[in-house]
Write a protein that binds this ligand. Sequence first.
Ligand code: 13P
Length: 225
Amino acid sequence: MQKWVVANWKMNGSKNLLEEYKNAFKKSNNLIVCAPFTYLNETAELVFGAQNIYHEAKGAFTGEISAQMVSEFNIKYCLVGHSERRQYFGERNDIVRKKAELCIENGIIPIICMGETLEQYEAGKTQEVLELQLRECIPGKNNFWIAYEPVWAIGTGKTPTIEEIRSVHLMLREKLEKTVLLYGGSVNASNAEAIFGIANVDGALIGGASLDLAAISAIYSLASG
Ligand code: 13P
């Protein structure tokens, strides 16, 4: 079955990488490129997502970008609540929820990121943390996706076991019947097949490996196979 591949470049990439993606993934409809704002454009060649929007609709917020502005460029997806936003920019669950609501109001599907820290993982609190994040982050209206990204798995080369991912995604599926559920955190060309094979994993959110064309191409072919 076809899976979603969502590339999160974070504050990386270049015009050159954008060109490489256009050549490699022209007209791919299960690949979403969350590139920095300066690289988002209305090209029909790639499906783009934003990495963030501001949590107010408009106003005197110098340097910020609104959901409506993003939607004017025909961008249909936006990451919200990524753990790096939570860690470095102090985003709390209530802000994440506001962002998700603004996305939906503007016809953008928010990809709401959540996951436990290492400390919470080691204390066996993963499900509890996710239940709280679900209660506080998810918007009233339905059109959102969830990305389960354990904070300790991001950029570390470590991942939960297959069984751990399976059990989190089962819990999410029981609560969110029709929502697209992604897994993120150290997905690479070697572990992608096993991760795509887990029940209720509809795709992957990929950071580091998305900057390497060979790696993301390999992951993409596993997702499309
Ligand atoms: P890595 O794939 O580099 O671990 O990053 C995951 C991530 O944060 C995607 O949003």
